[in-house]
Write a protein that binds this ligand. Structure first.
Ligand code: LER
Ligand code: MN
Length: 290
């Protein structure tokens, strides 16, 4: 944990870096995250029931690490689907993630909760509008639920190959405005921003106080720092908005299941995932503190 110009920044690592899906039997990765110096373990909820949030919270408390919750949006978790059963499944799933967050003490549930990840195709303006209405209706329901539990919802814009719904902060703001604000804000991910945003600093500034979670990696999803990003500018942009949320390293093993197509990681992007985690964290600490 470091002091970033008055704001406390905590470092996190996503469960996707090592395992898929994250399970009760994966305590070794919680311990490893702590040993490597992370403050937060961001657990992706790929399969409901693969881990018990009470059990994980207790073990994490013993280990001395926090557990935050990230949603994972496979084929049957689509709040804008024309199919009512699928919409209900998405709503129930997000509510379960909110319950998990209250149990583990996560301030948010983050992720691309507006649509199934990995689905992008051409739609007519009428289709888009109808889909948006269904998304807004579903997200209002989960927004009310999240509000009643004191949990924030961090919407993650994804790049154009992973969704045709929210690619940019501007589109996210449009959606949040349609929902009526509430507990909604952003998870911004450098991988997606690098493809979709004209400027990292402008995107971060536009998210402003609604930025709750920040995913980092190299431009190829590899080790932060082994890339062509202007990290000093990114650090400066986060300082400028007085960002207080976590900086979470996210990459994926090639064994990622629920969102394999979305992640599209078909070859290793670092010598090992431990290398990516350790070298990434030491780089981040240097650049954020400089
Ligand atoms: C999830 O956080 C993410 O960034 C996506 O690219 C994976 O579908
Ligand atoms: Mn991400």
């Amino acid at each position: 944990m470091i002091n970033l110009g008055g704001a406390i920044v905590q470092y996190g690592i996503s469960s996707y870096v090592w395992v898929s899906p994250f399970k009760d039997s994966d305590l070794a990765v919680l311990k490893k995250a702590k040993k490597f110096g992370f403050d937060i373990f961001e657990a992706a909820v790929e399969t409901i029931g693969s881990f018990n949030p009470e059990y994980i919270r207790n073990k994490a408390d013993e280990i001395g690490i926090k557990v935050y919750i990230c949603g994972c949006f496979g084929a049957t978790r689509d709040p804008g689907s024309e199919n009512e059963k699928i919409r209900k499944e998405a709503i129930d799933y997000i509510k379960t993630c909110i319950d998990y967050a209250t149990i583990t003490g996560s301030p948010y549930v983050s992720g691309p909760m507006y649509a199934t990840s990995g689905v992008a195709y051409l739609k007519s303006p009428e289709e888009k509008e109808a889909q948006m209405q269904r998304i807004v209706e579903s997200l209002k329901i989960v927004g009310d639920y999240a509000d009643s539990k004191g949990v924030k919802l961090a919407i993650e814009p994804l790049n154009r190959f992973e969704t045709d719904v929210v690619n940019t902060v501007d589109e996210g703001l449009y959606l949040i405005d349609k929902i009526g604000g509430g507990p909604f804000g952003f998870l911004l991910d450098m991988f997606h921003m690098n493809i979709e945003e004209k400027s990292f600093s402008t995107a971060i500034k536009k998210a402003g106080s609604r930025l709750f979670d920040f995913h980092v990696c190299a431009n190829n999803r590899g080790t932060p720092g082994e890339d062509h990003f202007d990290w000093k500018l990114i650090a400066k942009s986060l300082k400028k908005i007085d960002y207080k949320g976590p900086i979470v390293i996210e990459s994926f093993t090639s064994g990622v299941k629920e969102i394999a197509k979305s992640a599209s990681l078909w070859h290793p992007v670092a010598p090992s995932m431990d290398y990516l985690a350790q070298n990434g964290l030491s780089f981040l600490k240097k650049v954020m503190e400089s």
